[in-house]
Write a protein that binds this ligand. Sequence first.
Ligand SMILES: [Zn+2]
Ligand SMILES: [Zn+2]
Length: 402
Amino acid sequence: MKILLVIIDGLGDRPIAKLGDRTPLDAAKTPNLDYMAKQGVCGLITPFLFSQEKEPTSEGAHIALFGYQNYFLGRGPYEAVGAGMKMNAGDVALRVNFATVDKNFKIIDRRAGRIEKTQPLIKALSKIKIKGVKFLIKRSFGHRAVLLLKCLRLNLKQLSSGISDNDSHKNKVKIKKIIPLNQSREAKFTADVLSEYLARVHHILKDHFLNRKREKQGLLPANYLLVRGAGKFKKTPSFKERYNLSAACVAGGGLYKGVAKILGMDLIKVKGATGMADTNLKAKFRVAKNALRKYNFVFLHIKATDTFAHDNDFIGKKKFIEKIDKNIKSILCLKNALIVITADHSTCCNMKAHCLEPIPILIFGDGKDNVSQFSERTCAKGNFKKIKQTDLMPKILKLAKI
Ligand SMILES: [Zn+2]
Ligand SMILES: [Zn+2]
């Protein structure tokens, strides 16, 4: 059997008083998902946490649900590869925010007034090399970018991801110093060279014509880079090598494309797949369905449920789930395929954050149980029971008889 894995980001939630003590999924009208629950098997997944985590991250949770928890690279490399950058073993990548600081390096705005047009700034930063390290920066979206550090003289100097962030995640405080997080020479070298780079970048940005123009217009200048999530690239065994599956990914968000690409999946482009609430769900389901003709395994990612929950917009989350339900109808006729619908983690509206609530899962295409509605509450009674996130791949491979 072929496998279609649909990840609805941050789907699970807690009951909300204004929804009649129901979760957005429970409150949503979802006739198609309920039909699939009725004809399929339901259960719950307990989220995986890396030792340093208090709540799940999207990148960590995806890596765990695909069964690659021993190959986690940190956020930077997944973002970089998702943004189309080519990484080699030993390269270090970080996420970047264009930000505004004052003369004393106090953060005025972590997002530089949500600047969109960063290309002229990025161009001005395009050819920086310090102590044998080349710095490449690429825009992802809005004020966000990715920074890639490449060692030009391998064997002489090595880079390390064991360095701290400079982002204090708050405005009106001083930027943090990048420091090594371990005793190694590599971590010290990387922290030093990155600090030197950030100072040089500030020097270039503060006098850049675009920032001068922004200031004249009363806008905040994007005069500093906040960096976080350092990760070092190393080769990860592909889905083909690990599971003997030809795999493809349909996603809008860069991070998810990056995860898929690093796991050796082919990325399938979909017009209008934005990773936001306006994404073209109809096209995504159609493309994923067609991809099953060629591939054994298709990973379809849908993002906006998580985004609504981060804003405590539980009505938005509920309505978006209803929109997914309408569009999911087109895959109900799939033959000889196991359709798995679940999430990477729950995102609790009332916390505006990822949370530890168990994740609902629905498996359609191999057997049925007594659950007739898709929700956290009803999934607790399903025959799939409650499994660990890292056991998901072995379980579904077994069901699909692979
Ligand atoms: Zn997520
Ligand atoms: Zn999130």
